[in-house]
Every structure is written in C-alpha cells, then in structure tokens.
Design a protein around this ligand. Sequence first.
Ligand SMILES: Nc1ncnc2c1ncn2[C@@H]1O[C@H](COP(=O)(O)OP(=O)(O)OP(=O)(O)O)[C@@H](O)[C@H]1O
Length: 306
Amino acid sequence: MRIAIVRNPVAGGQGQPVQWAKAHAAFASRFPDLSLHETQRSGDASRLARELANQGVDLIIAAGGDGTISDVVDGILSSSRPQTPLTLLPLGTGCDFVRNFSPPRDCDALAEHVAATPPRQIDVLRLTHTSTTGDQITRYSANMSSVGISGEIVRAVNAPGHRKILRGPLRFLVHSVAAILCYRPYSGRVIVDGQEVYDGLFGIVAIANGAWFGGGMHAIPNADLADGLLDVAIMRQTTVLGLLNLLSKLYSASHVTHPKLSFHRGQRVEIIPNQPARFPVEVDGETPIIGGFSCEIVPAALTIRL
Ligand SMILES: Nc1ncnc2c1ncn2[C@@H]1O[C@H](COP(=O)(O)OP(=O)(O)OP(=O)(O)O)[C@@H](O)[C@H]1O
C-alpha cells in the first residue's frame, strides 16, 4: 500500500514541530511504505496532492490545518484519480474540519484508527468565481465558506505577524473580538437554488458542508457531511454588541434560536455583494476569493478514511 503525507510545515505555528515529530513516528511505524512531501509555499499542497493521486498512491494524509486540507482535497478532486482516499493528521491552528470525525487524539491510536477504518464517501463544496482578469475559477473546499465579519476575522488571524503571537483557537477568539469592534458591515444578496432568501446587511453568511469553523465555533450544528446538501446560515445581526453576543454563543451552538438567524438548505448558493471589490470570502480558514461567488454541493465526491 503506497501512502503519502502532504505536510505544511508552517501550519499551526511554532508548536507544530513537536506534535509533528510524534505523529510522523506513529504513522511511519504503522505504515512502513510512507513517503513525505512538504509544501514550500502556498498552493503547493494542492499541486502535490494532484501529482500523488495521478501517480496512483493508495492513501493521501493531509498533515496541517484546514487550509492544507482544503488544498489537498482540491488537488485530489482535480486529479485523474479523484477517488484516491484521504485521511487527516491535524496540525493546524483552528483544525475545524477534523472535528466532524472526532478521531483519537493520541498519535499511535490515530494511526491505528486510520489503518482500521474502511473508506467512505462524503460531499464537498465546489466554488466558482471570476478572477480580476475575468477568468472563471473553480476550486473544491472541504468544510465551510463564509462572508461578512468572518472574512475580516480570518484575514486578521492569518496576517503575517499574527501567526507568531497566539496559538490555536485562542488566536481566532482574540481576532474575532478585535474585528467585531471595527466591523463595517458588507451587504448583498443570497440566492439558494435560484430563490432569493436574503437582501441586506451581512453579519455572517456561512455555507457549510461541516459543522464547525473559527477554531471551534459550532456554527451549523445540523450540517451533515454526507447528506448531499449544503447548509446556509444567515445572521442579520450587525451591531457590535449583537455580534459579541453571537460570538459568546457560537462555541456551544446556543445561537441557533437567535431571532436574527435563519437556516436554509439546498444544492447551490450564490452570493452577490453590493461592493465586490471589498468583499473577502473565507474558504476553510483562508481568504482566497474577493467578490461574489457561487457554491454548489458535490455529493459523495471525496473518499475519506477517518
Ligand atoms: N511552506 C509554506 N510556507 C509558507 N506558507 C505555506 C507553506 N505551505 C503552505 N502555506 C500556507 O500556510 C497557510 C496556513 O495553512 P493551514 O490552514 O494548514 O494552517 P493554519 O492556518 O495554522 O490552520 P487552520 O486553518 O486549521 O486554522 C495556508 O495559507 C497555506 O497556503
């Protein structure tokens, strides 16, 4: 069995090397035919995963955070062997996608669990937007896309100097509070399966495959990775106090009865901002898109072992 790790050595910040050494030892001992492929820069994880899938490896291990997983999923699904199985070795800051699986925390137990778990199919998100040069760009994502205050938070969390200051989910919490205090709300329309469901100011609009984002915020608790549908949550609350109150409830999912929150389900959603030039789109903890986009669910597209 040919198994390949795609590792992002900068994911998770300064604590990663210790965690990585233990995890690598556990996986190398459980899977003797293991090869290691490290990213050198942004975008490498997608390219490496595509090449490895094209070469016919039997399992790809995404070792990093949500951005790395997202890139590896994109690489596998844009390869000539999109059925190549994926598993996850969480080494990132937020590590939200892996929360949908509750794998063992101990590295040896995780490697054993991966070896013993049969593959299964889950859905993924496919996003399409127009680049600044007018090209149509499509990419896959594993977990969640969102706009509104979350775009500002993720920009701050990933800002170059900020990666070194705070570790793990605490970094999301601190930057969430700071971003809320300065938030100038975005506005636009949300269209689900051809029907306009909202036109107004955005607190947060989240489009979910998985249930968590923001380093442990249980934003869409009913999201199901294998139901063939995407879940959309629209938060119309945009005041500072209102958003701080929402933030305090997101971790425990006690926001779900909020009067300014609505949930929708469908197969395709379109976000049309009123000011596309200043509209960051959060995709699995990164902000790779500026402006409007569409997102559709691709049922059972990804083979996962976890
Ligand atoms: N070798 C590298 N040097 C610098 N940046 C890299 C390198 N490899 C990948 N990247 C970038 O690192 C960023 C962060 O990766 P990732 O999301 O996996 O970790 P994280 O942000 O710490 O975790 P999480 O998304 O779970 O919060 C991504 O934008 C990715 O493109």
